[in-house]
Design a protein around this ligand. Structure first.
Ligand SMILES: *[C@@H]1O[C@H](CO)[C@@H](O)[C@H](O)[C@H]1NC(C)=O
Ligand SMILES: *[C@@H]1O[C@H](CO)[C@@H](O)[C@H](O)[C@H]1NC(C)=O
Ligand SMILES: *[C@@H]1O[C@H](CO)[C@@H](O)[C@H](O)[C@H]1NC(C)=O
Length: 404
């Protein structure tokens, strides 16, 4: 028991750096890479498209070579992983139990949230392990819309399930969208290195399916699919997916969205009434799901996560059926403590990151949101500001647990 396992070591390290970055204010603007293409991306994209026209056909021999190489890397990354056996809600004894090409079931973690709600931080924690395959935001191609029902829901769910099952053969539209929009793939660090080394290979569905089926951990975030629709993933017992609903104060969400040029033209993104109707709907579904799937569904508020990241990272490990190794725990504790003591101002700054709206928004704007969002705010434990002075000083978050 005294050895430090690779998994907990690396995941712990990943978390530590995430926490550290978090303290340094990187997460001031959650999900900053969500949508915006940079000039470099656009140029790289042009080059990839040109390359693809030359070699879209990859022989199975080349594909098998790349897959074999990745399989070895994963075997190595997982050498010291401590399998939880029957101790938690997952029963896993060896790597094969988690690997789809060996008929195993990977640990699948999905974040359901909306734009500008802090999902970058949470996503980085899930993607910290070297043997993780990150589907990132599966529904980028749907553009700036919320999917609340027909006609989009069915197609969206099919895409999400196909991806989580590593079945890319019906996903031509998803793959084609990824050609001019490389951020469909480039957040998936384990995949992207092959996309770069073999130009065009990531537009080959056989390659994508085989690659995906190697990985024992899979993560995805959904900012466009409301919980009422996403709950169907939990109903699929074979998928065995775990879902975290990430919630944020609508005043913080809307303030943060004001600065995104892709947002204002879409009411689903810019209209407080629609955003808060979604928060109300998510709440009602969340109450049901907590009863129905207590081990596979969980709710986190972005504000709570920011104020006490260590505690919530620990809870998240438990939720996924992963034990926080004692040595990793000591390591994390000592480092977060150093952080708190040594650079306490940084710590305080990061803890106020989700609350920038208090100084950035005019009271009139806050008042308008509060009027349209009173139900959502009451459900999720957010306190209204009374006036401009109050707004700058008060604590907008109640000590809150979801009432079942
Ligand atoms: C794209 O291709 C051009 C010409 O082959 C090259 O000079 C440039 O560096 C490439 N850009 C990227 C981002 O790969
Ligand atoms: C602002 O609201 C606070 C809290 O409700 C109250 O105590 C204070 O008197 C108000 N200030 C003004 C100027 O109305
Ligand atoms: C919040 O509530 C929990 C449980 O109800 C309690 O243990 C905790 O001390 C409370 N925290 C504060 C700051 O009031």
């Amino acid at each position: 028991m005294s050895r430090i396992t690779n998994f907990f070591g690396v995941l712990g390290l990943g978390c530590f750096f995430s926490v550290l970055l978090f303290f340094n204010g990187k997460y001031d603007s959650p999900s900053m890479h969500e949508m915006q293409p940079s000039a470099a991306f656009l140029e790289a994209e042009k080059n990839i498209t040109t390359a693809v026209e030359k070699h879209d056909d990859f022989s199975s021999e080349i594909i098998n070579k790349i897959i074999d190489k990745q399989r070895k890397i994963i075997g190595n990354d997982m050498k010291d992983y401590q399998y939880p056996n029957e101790e938690y809600s997952v029963s896993v004894r060896k790597l094969e139990d988690l690997v789809m090409e060996k008929n195993g079931t990977p640990i699948r973690s999905v974040i359901v949230t909306t734009w500008r709600s802090g999902s970058t931080f949470l996503g980085d924690i899930l993607n910290a392990h070297p043997a993780n395959y990150d589907h990132y935001e599966a529904l980028l191609a749907f553009d700036i819309v919320q999917i609340r029902g027909p006609p989009l829901a069915e197609k969206a769910l099919k895409w999400v399930k196909d991806l989580l099952n590593c079945e890319y053969q019906d996903l031509d539209e998803y793959i084609d969208y990824g050609r001019p929009h490389p951020w469909v793939f480039n957040h998936n660090t384990n995949l992207w290195k092959h996309c770069q080394a073999h130009k065009g290979v990531c537009y080959n569905h056989k390659f994508l399916s085989s690659m995906c089926k190697l990985f024992p951990f899979q993560s995805m975030k959904l900012v466009r699919l409301r919980l009422r629709i996403a709950q169907e993933l939990l109903a699929d017992e074979k998928l065995a997916v775990r879902i975290v609903l990430l919630v944020r104060d609508p005043r913080g969400i809307l303030q943060s969205r004001k600065h995104r040029d892709w947002c204002p033209s879409s009411p689903d993104c810019s209209d407080p009434a629609l955003t808060c109707a979604d928060l109300v709907s998510d709440y009602k579904v969340a109450v049901e799901l907590l009863k129905k799937y207590p081990t596979r569904f969980k709710v986190i508020r972005y504000e709570d996560l920011s104020l006490d990241p260590y505690k919530h990272v620990e809870e998240l490990y438990k939720f996924y059926g992963l034990n926080l190794h004692p040595k990793t725990k000591t390591f994390l504790e000592s480092h977060t403590k150093t952080n708190k003591g040594g650079v306490s101002s940084t710590f305080r700054n990061s803890a106020t990151a989700p609350f920038h709206w208090r100084t950035e928004l005019e009271f009139e704007e806050v008042e308008e949101i509060q009027q349209l969002c009173s139900t959502a705010m009451k459900y999720w434990g957010y306190v209204p500001a009374s006036n401009a002075t109050h707004q700058k000083e008060f604590n907008p978050v109640t000590n809150y647990t979801l009432k079942l």
